[in-house]
Design a protein around this ligand. Sequence first.
Ligand code: SF4
Length: 317
Amino acid sequence: MADTILEVKNLTKYFKTKRGMLHAVDDISFKLERGKTLGLVGESGCGKSTTGRTILRLIEPTSGEIIFEGKDINKLNKRELRHARKDMQLIFQDPYSSLDPRKTVSQLISEPIVTNKILKTKAEVEERVAELMATVGLAPRLFNSYPHELDGGRRQRIGIARALAMEPKFIICDEPVSALDVSIQAQILNLLKELQAELGLSFIFITHDLSVVNHFSDEIAVMYLGKIVEKAPSEELFANPMHPYTKALLSAIPIPELGAQKERILIKGEISSPIEPGNECRFYKRCNYACDRCRELPALEEVSPNHFVACHRLNEI
Ligand code: SF4
């Protein structure tokens, strides 16, 4: 039987602006099974990072439930939340800006251990830091180095070590490789994959780049303007994309085999405003298939086992 570590139910996050409510995350639901990866994919501004931060309650949700290991994160008091956060960590996109440049590698990695009083003596902390550095592939000679002396890949390894310091069960990886060179991206993705197998971690992997999550995610949810528009097991989504937006995203991924390049679907038109977006399909203004019916928001429906799509015209396109 599936072992669900996280269930998000009808999660909504609105921000007040001068022009009205900005619907950053608008009634989304999904489950994450233990030891698995859910890829959350979409363009900048689609709400994927807000979703991640709201799950960790770094941002307070407007409404909805976030059930982690059977407990609703929204209902926890400060002390309970601090305790739960040990199990839920975040890896940032830009390791450089998330690391204090005045601290050494060992100080950066030991920080969460010391702050949360996980270990008592200096020797214990140093031993744990050395262990974490080995786990993420940082050489012992870098113990006293500063972030500016390291390349992007090594800096991201520090970010991963910091996340692992609390022995979490679940990590949100927010664009963890998008600031890195392609060759280093593969190393970090492999490291995350190995850590998942070794430690049984569950991941939400946030990215704007579908090609990055192709071999990494068990399931993928595609977001557009605060809504999940398609969700399916990874292989199924790549083999059989159904939503016009997913199709366009996939068409932009180059295929390495010679002659196998498919036709690129360009997304034209102006992006709808996330402020008081009304009840039309969020993709309406950019969709090649938009019709009058699309002035009503389509529901996310299961069209084949575990494959969910929100589009009125699936049978016609
Ligand atoms: Fe396009 Fe209409 Fe489907 Fe929205 S509901 S994706 S506008 S065809």
